[in-house]
Design a binder for this molecule. Structure first.
Ligand SMILES: [Zn+2]
Length: 146
């Protein structure tokens, strides 16, 4: 997430806008310590209190992000499986080709990969790459390696 550049890059002893729970708002703070180029502890210029650096939007932004990520992957896994089953049904009766990077594959070939299982070639890409749908989702594999 991009930080608003309200102040130039933070440094120990420099000013930064931070949320103070005592003053209940965002006020100018002095950076007391930093971790990974981010302010860790700050001192409020209003109440002179020392506390961890935080911005007013932090908790809200995190909960939105958490909601989005907790729903999405589960949905995507189900979809990937359904899609895989669908595509596999469409290619019924096709011979299963063992996957090897040296083999050359065509679109809609059904392949058998030692770790990912049965997959359907969805797309032939440039640079000797193929997009294969597996039960666990799409994978980019190499083919036609000479
Ligand atoms: Zn304060």
């Amino acid at each position: 997430m991009a930080e608003l550049p309200l102040y130039s890059s933070p440094k120990v002893g420099g000013d930064i806008l931070a949320y103070c729970s005592k003053c209940q708002g965002e006020f100018s703070h002095v950076v007391v310590s930093m971790v990974d180029k981010k302010p860790a502890r700050v001192q409020c210029k209003m109440c002179k209190g020392n506390h961890n650096f935080k911005r007013i939007g932090d908790s809200r932004a995190k909960s939105v992000l958490k909601n989005a990520t907790s729903k999405e992957p589960r949905k995507r896994v189900v979809l990937a499986q359904d899609y895989w089953q669908q595509q596999l049904d469409l290619q019924k009766g096709k011979p299963l080709k063992p996957y090897s990077p040296k083999q050359t594959f065509q679109k809609l070939d059904v392949i058998n990969h030692t770790s990912f299982g049965v997959g359907i070639v969805e797309e032939i890409k440039i640079d000797k790459k193929i997009v294969v749908i597996f039960r666990s989702g799409e994978k980019l594999l190499i083919h036609a390696l000479s």
